[in-house]
Design a protein around this ligand. Structure first.
Ligand code: UD1
Length: 285
């Protein structure tokens, strides 16, 4: 939001189930409501050129526990957003996910690889990602799907379903232990929110519509390394514990970002160690 308000008129639709109103800049308008509510959607879309559709149940675990609810938000609400965009002719930049790839045949993962999602969440994002392309091909709607890898950074709300970096910091700050699910050998491509914001701004302006792009860094980190890194940052005496592996968990995830680089001029700029510092700074302030 901070990146948009200087030069644009910005309207936010949020139910604040995970974000906080206090984190929004002052000079924008806010509609507090549910994206599944058609009146709320209509009001949100009024006179809008570009929609950044980030509303979702973002947790793999939550989708495994309640697939119907997560489908309703991740697929049905996205379809409703696309319908509203068709009515108003707004561009939609959609937050897709690396979870659509599941266990891929190759690493790093290009956009073209066979998709084998291993959770309801992954399948829901795949479906919504395909809907974006279909709405472009069928109705000429300007859509861009950004397949986020593991997004982290300051301001992520802590809770049982937050991303692993936020979770590890919360555990470490309350004295531990840091809980690694499974062996910790699973790998992720952690991309800082600042790079993701930049990708969204590029997607808002590109003429490469009707396409999908990986948004990661091309760098791989094991969850065990991450746990170690957070422990060293907060307090070297904290314990790291291993729990059962998580059902539906993806083993390896690593982005090939060459398409986003060529087509959008996207270049990830934040190294993991710098990004982890930014989270720690934010937690402490
Ligand atoms: C994450 C995002 C998802 C996004 C996807 C893209 C969240 C909550 N999920 O899913 O929205 O679309 O990346 O790739 O932001 N872990 C532990 N201990 C914990 C928590 C997690 O070991 O306490 C492990 C998990 O088992 C997993 C890894 O850390 O192997 C990452 O988990 P998580 O942060 O929940 O993200 P993803 O499931 O990869």
């Amino acid at each position: 939001m901070d990146a948009l308000v200087a030069e644009n008129e910005v309207r936010v639709l949020d139910d604040f189930s995970s974000g906080r109103r206090s984190q929004l800049p002052a000079n924008l308008s806010v509609i507090e409501g549910d994206v599944r509510d058609s009146d709320v959607r209509k009001a949100a879309f009024d006179d809008v050129d570009i929609v950044f559709h980030e509303a979702a149940i973002v947790s793999v675990e939550q989708s495994v526990e309640m697939p119907m609810e997560s489908h309703a938000i991740n697929v049905d609400a996205t379809l409703s957003v696309l319908e509203e965009a068709r009515r108003t002719n707004a561009r939609v930049v959609f937050a897709s996910s690396a979870a659509i790839y599941g266990t891929p045949e190759t690493l790093p993962i290009p956009e073209t690889v066979a998709k084998r999602p291993s959770s309801p969440y992954g399948l829901e994002k795949l479906s919504a990602d395909h809907y974006c392309q279909l709405y472009h091909d069928l109705y000429g709607l300007e859509t861009v799907a950004l397949r986020y890898f593991n997004v982290y950074g300051p301001r992520q709300r802590k809770g049982p379903y937050s991303g692993v970096i936020t979770k590890f910091f919360a555990q470490a700050r309350s004295g531990g232990p840091i809980t690694v699910q499974g062996t910790g050998e699973q790998t992720r491509d952690f991309v800082h929110v600042r790079d993701v914001v930049r990708a969204n701004l590029l997607a808002a302006m590109t003429d490469r519509v009707g396409e999908a792009f990986n948004i990661g860094t091309g760098r791989s980190t094991t969850i065990a390394q991450l746990a170690e890194h957070v422990r060293e940052t907060v307090d070297p005496d904290i314990k790291i514990e291993h729990t059962d592996p998580r059902p539906g968990d993806v083993r390896d995830s690593l982005a090939d970002v060459s398409k986003a680089n060529e087509a959008l001029d996207y270049e990830p700029a934040v190294e993991l160690s710098e990004g982890i510092e930014s989270v720690f700074d934010w937690i402490r302030h």
